[in-house]
Design a protein. Structure first.
Lengths: 110, 275
């Protein structure tokens, strides 16, 4: 699992490349925490994320809650069919701001 | 010469210190492993027996099984009679593994049971338990929960699915019904969630099958998943009894995995509605 960061205006876009599971989630969480120190608008781009387990969902939830607590904003986008199904069944698509595409995610993000 | 002798003495000291350190670490590891095994025992002991007889009643039969993966896992099941006619069933899967997951499972299970003693609405039970668990959750853990309250007199089940995979009902004529409605997200993730509930009619001969994703996500060495399709095929074979159904599916999974290490806990809870 690699995390590639890019910025667009005041938004930080993090691309998760690979599999976000029990093995990779702890390191991903640590990396995301570093970005949280200096960013208030974060988008997780899952275009290259093959699979997300419940350990991965925990990283999404933690990021959403930390940003909410500090007055920041969080979005997820580009989930593939498998990941979208996981987001739907777990109900995460009800509690997180999930967008279909990166274009949608960067639009009106405030 | 004197300098060399001192150096070799220093080296010997360092080696001795390292050996001592390693011995200490090994001791700590053994102790930690023992504690983890204890946590796993606690997890398994908190699960009620597989095949209860409910005081000899003949209008319902239940069989459940939890096969724990190597580490302490987060799967759980539970069942209890709320009164003469109402049987509550619960299946859940806590995020992550280890002692923390075990604790959360224990708390969730206890809160559900205590609320169900006075509240027969699964929606209300889930909303209250979620509120309690989400309020103090600094590690962002969560658990999926399927809870059903089966009214054995009215022959219906009220149920709430909180982020869990859909429970199945195998009807007497062989039709497999998937209870696909999701009534809210996983429990403990977010406060102020109001869960919903659904009611499904049951008939004598119907078999309810609740399970965790350890079944559908079991995989073989080619990384193929056991999947819903294989589970449905297993379930559609002629029904004998609840024990046979669960044990047969477990066997199907083991045959499918062919020696691959079980990655996640596997849980199945099966109820037959009888005369």
């Amino acid at each position: 699992m690699d995390i590639v960061s890019t910025t667009k205006e005041d938004m930080l876009i993090l691309d998760f490349v690979g599999q976000l599971d029990t093995g990779t989630a702890p390191r991903a969480e640590m990396e995301v925490n570093k970005y949280l120190e200096s960013n208030q608008k974060i988008i997780f781009n899952l275009a290259k994320t093959v699979f997300v387990s419940s350990a991965g969902l925990r990283v999404f939830l933690g990021t959403a809650k930390k940003l909410k607590a500090s007055g920041g904003l969080f979005r997820i986008c580009n989930a593939n069919e498998v990941v979208q199904e996981i987001l739907d069944i777990s109900g995460f698509s009800q509690i997180l701001d999930v967008k279909k595409s990166l274009e949608e995610a960067v639009t009106n993000f405030n | 010469m004197g300098k060399e002798a001192n150096e070799s003495k220093d080296t010997a000291n360092i080696v001795a210190q390292q050996v001592q350190k390693i011995a200490l670490l090994k001791e700590q590891m053994v102790r930690m492993e023992a504690e983890l095994n204890l946590a796993k025992d606690i997890q398994l002991n908190m699960i009620p027996i597989s095949h209860p007889d409910f005081g000899g009643r003949s209008d319902v039969e239940l069989y459940a099984k939890l096969i724990s993966a190597r580490e302490v896992g987060g799967d759980f099941y539970d069942y209890y009679l709320l009164d003469d006619n109402k049987l509550a069933i619960v299946v859940g899967d806590v995020s992550g593994k280890g002692v923390a997951a075990g604790f959360m499972m224990a708390v969730g299970k206890a809160l559900l049971k205590s609320r169900a003693a006075t509240d027969f609405s699964t929606a209300s039970i889930m909303s209250h338990v979620n509120q309690e668990m989400a309020a103090n959750n600094p590690d962002y853990m969560f658990t999926t929960v399927f809870m059903g309250i089966i009214d054995l007199a009215k022959k219906e089940m009220t149920y709430t699915n909180a982020g869990h995979n859909p429970t199945l009902i195998l009807q007497k004529d062989g039709t497999l019904v998937k209870l696909s409605t999701l009534h809210g997200p996983v429990v403990a993730a977010m406060e102020d969630i109001v869960y919903g509930e659904s009611v499904v009619s049951l008939s004598v001969g119907d078999v309810i099958f609740a399970y965790t994703d350890g079944i559908t996500e079991a995989h073989n060495s080619a990384l193929e998943l056991f999947s819903e399709t294989r589970l449905f095929d297993s379930l559609k074979r002629p029904f004998k009894n609840v024990k046979d159904t669960v044990e047969r599916i477990v066997l199907d999974i083991l045959l499918f995995e062919r020696g691959e290490e079980q990655f996640d806990d596997i849980t199945a809870l099966c109820v037959e509605i009888k005369e």
